[in-house]
Design a protein around this ligand. Structure first.
Ligand code: AMP
Length: 448
């Protein structure tokens, strides 16, 4: 099928051509005609499949036919994270460039006053995270009774992040007579139940996840042994020692180091800094302005190691990144692909190395199932994970990876380095990841 066969207007087709898309992805060719017909959709698809355009493109044409009223948006798109919401907003701007539609991006961490001003002007579409949306609604700044199209995106992530009660409340506030587009990467029973409650006679569309890994990415897996018993998340201290040894062996120019939990991001960043590495951190609890500063410094090569969570690192596009380290094996296999896709870009070779313990078998199997192959074991003479602290870098260290002066910490306010803390148990839910480009809002100066 061609884009011109989907029923989209000439203006939207032009924007699609301008974006460089030649043909619709499977979710787009199946969903776009159905959305244009006004029917509900239950889409089983994840990021990377082109699902954002599958709902934004037809929505633009539907919206072009009407006019928004102040504080009464006609369409509402719910996203689980700020980064995803910002990314959808950017897509909306790209695909809607030949239309005069207005949009409000309602996410936490940025000025509410600015958001209220946009709502008052009557945006055609609201793109929101559930928390900020409910906040604005409860303050009486927003009416939801004119919403004609509701998009619930990444429903399984909403579930993981505890947003379902908010989503249920939001659904109870929008008109019963509406079009609902519901997307989820997976369909566990809870999500099915929600879909049944929210959708009317939906067209079900299921597409395969994007599981390709660029040939320029060289993978490796280092098994780390430890004595923490079988509890998940064990062996952190040994993994930190193994990571340092790997870094020294590899000659890292710059690297993203992924942890599954925000708390571990901070612990690992502190540990690397204390061991003399030029490291900084990026996670979802940081102020927008701090995230922006870290990203700019990393892109400008002022930071060598960026320890990050999936959500915060979503969309990072650094053309010459030499390495990605998975300090933790991701619990969602698709996150493995997103993470390692940060390196090996633009035809350049990159290395993607994963640390794992015996307890990670289930997640490694999930990754192997998704990619169709096992991660090759690393042959590293002498690096066995539980290496003593004395393995810290001496003189033979690669120049590029070592700081020239004592690095400045860029952690959250009030955080102070402590002696090698080992997290006892994970204190927050695993963060999940996705995506390829840097949302523009992360590069704009922060608001007070
Ligand atoms: P998504 O799954 O919506 O996060 O999209 C993943 C990536 O695919 C984004 O970078 C889109 O710009 C890109 N994309 C979406 N649709 C197409 C298409 N039809 N052809 C090529 N790239 C696309």
């Amino acid at each position: 099928m061609k884009f011109s066969d989907t029923g989209l207007s000439d203006e939207v087709l032009r924007a699609v051509t301008d974006a460089g898309y030649v043909e619709p992805t499977p979710i787009q060719s199946q969903a776009i005609p159905v959305v244009l017909m006004g029917r509900d959709i239950l889409g089983c698809a994840q990021t990377g499949t082109g699902k954002t355009a599958s709902f934004t493109l037809p929505m633009i044409d539907i919206l072009a036919a009407g006019k928004a009223k102040a504080r009464m948006p006609r369409t509402l798109i719910l996203e689980p994270t700020r980064e995803l919401a910002a990314q959808v907003a950017e897509n909306f701007n790209v695909y809607g460039k030949h239309h005069k539609l207005s949009m409000a991006l309602l996410i936490g961490g940025v000025s509410m006053a600015d958001q209220i001003a946009v709502i008052d002007r009557g945006p055609d579409v609201l793109i929101a995270t559930p928390g900020r949306l409910m906040d604005l609604f409860d303050r009486g700044r927003l009416l939801l009774n004119d919403v004609k199209i509701l998009v619930i995106d990444e429903a399984d992530r909403m579930l993981d992040m505890g947003f379902i009660p908010d989503v249920e409340r939001i659904v109870s506030l929008v008109p019963k007579l509406r079009q609902t587009l519901f997307f989820s990467a997976t369909m566990p029973p809870e999500i099915r139940r929600l879909a049944d409650a929210f959708l009317m006679n939906p067209k079900e569309i299921s597409v395969a996840p994007p599981a390709s890994i660029a040939e320029t990415v060289i993978e490796g897996l280092l098994m780390v042994s430890h004595r923490d018993g079988k509890r998940p998340g064990g062996g952190q201290k040994e993994k930190r020692a193994a990571l340092r040894s790997l870094i020294e062996k590899e000659g890292v120019k710059n690297a993203l180091i992924f942890c599954n939990r925000k708390r571990d991001v901070s612990v690992l960043c502190r540990s690397l800094t204390r061991h003399g590495y030029n490291a900084s951190q990026l996670h979802g609890d940081m102020q927008q302005s701090a995230r922006m500063e870290v990203l700019e410094n990393f892109k400008a090569d002022k930071i060598t190691f960026l320890v990050c969570s999936d959500v915060a690192a979503r969309g990072l596009d650094i053309p010459n990144m030499s390495h990605v380290f998975n300090f933790d094996v991701p619990t969602h296999p698709e996150d493995y692909i997103h993470r390692i896709g940060r390196t090996g870009r633009a035809g350049k070779e990159g290395r993607a190395l994963t640390l794992a313990t015996a307890e990670d078998g289930k997640h490694l199997a999930g990754i192997a199932q998704l990619t169709g192959r096992q991660i090759p074991p690393l042959e590293l003479g002498g690096v066995k994970g539980a290496e003593p602290q004395s393995a810290r870098p001496q003189s033979a260290e690669p120049q590029s990876a070592r700081p020239k002066e004592a690095p400045k910490r860029r952690g959250r306010e009030g955080e102070r380095p402590k002696p090698e803390p080992v997290p006892e148990k994970p204190d927050n839910a695993p963060v999940v990841g996705m995506g390829k480009h840097t949302p523009a809002f992360m590069l704009r100066p922060g608001k007070k």
